[in-house]
Design a protein around this ligand. Structure first.
Ligand SMILES: C[S@@+](CC[C@H](N)C(=O)[O-])C[C@H]1O[C@@H](n2cnc3c(N)ncnc32)[C@H](O)[C@@H]1O
Length: 246
């Protein structure tokens, strides 16, 4: 059975999650793009397309669980007038990768905050928009509630958000092949090519527990955000988009 060492620990402990991504950081971009056959780019673009930001001029937004900032090119292409993005991530090395390798040219518009999103003290009603790509599966249900509270607190009244996450497409006809890929093929490739590492392989464990992201939908509703949940590719990913009323 895979991940026995990880199973002995709490895989939702923020320190555990930060360590996993610190170890993945150097190879994150290439691995995530190739493991998802490039689909991940289309999904990030879809997340940005779902962000209903009528006037981007001079706006200050947040990228939550930003990682290496893969969504920024999509965001700044669609909304070139954005003034500033604050990128929040708990993994110091994901931030380092973002700055050093990918986004130097955009550096003046990105502020990096190495922090736990579930506890960050970013000011109330300070963000004109929020995006998050693939950062929700490493939270459990209680953490989805904490995340939703933080999101509702940080957004300005009326501000839009768009979130995307890979899920476990229960009921989809291709689910068995999808699960075999996530739970068997990917861990095997990682073991062979990354000298026994089992970090990227954690995606299988996390997506299975994440299910269809029902706890995200409920948490966003419960904190009073207006939200619509939409499946992509038979439910292999979900987008939650909406706004803070007011
Ligand atoms: C799968 S990566 C996604 C990165 C990026 N958004 C993307 O689209 O590729 C998930 C990121 O969430 C971050 N993360 C996990 N838990 C967090 C927390 N509690 N607070 C802030 N960041 C967190 C991880 O460090 C990691 O960089």
């Amino acid at each position: 059975m895979i991940h026995t060492a990880a199973m002995a620990q709490d895989i939702y402990d923020p320190a555990f999650v930060a360590d996993v991504f610190d170890r993945c950081s150097a190879r994150y971009r290439r691995w995530s793009a190739s493991a998802a056959f490039g689909l991940i780019h289309a999904w990030r673009r879809a997340c940005v397309t779902a962000l209903d930001l009528p006037k981007a001029d001079g706006t200050h937004g947040v990228d939550l669980m930003a990682g290496t900032g893969e969504v920024w090119p999509h965001l700044l292409r669609r909304f070139p007038e954005i003034a500033r993005i604050t990128a929040i991530d708990i993994s110091p090395r994901m931030h380092t990768e973002a700055v050093a390798r990918l986004h130097g040219a955009r550096a003046d518009r990105i502020a990096h905050l190495c922090a736990n999103m579930l506890e960050t003290d970013l000011p109330d009603a300070s963000a004109d928009f929020a995006v998050s790509t693939f950062g929700l599966k490493t939270f459990n249900a209680a953490q989805h509630t904490a995340f939703a509270r933080q999101l509702a607190r940080i957004l300005k009244p009326g501000a839009p958000f768009s979130l995307i996450e890979a899920a476990d497409p229960k009921g989809w006809v291709l689910r068995p092949a999808y699960r075999l890929y996530l739970d068997g093929v990917l861990p095997g490739i990682e073991r062979v090519f990354l000298r026994g590492a089992q970090d990227f392989a954690m995606i299988g464990t996390y997506t299975k527990a994440f299910g269809m992201g029902q706890t995200v939908t409920e948490a966003l509703h419960d904190v009073g955000l207006a939200v619509e949940a939409k499946p992509l590719v038979g439910g292999a990913a979900w987008i939650w988009s909406g706004h803070k009323p007011g």
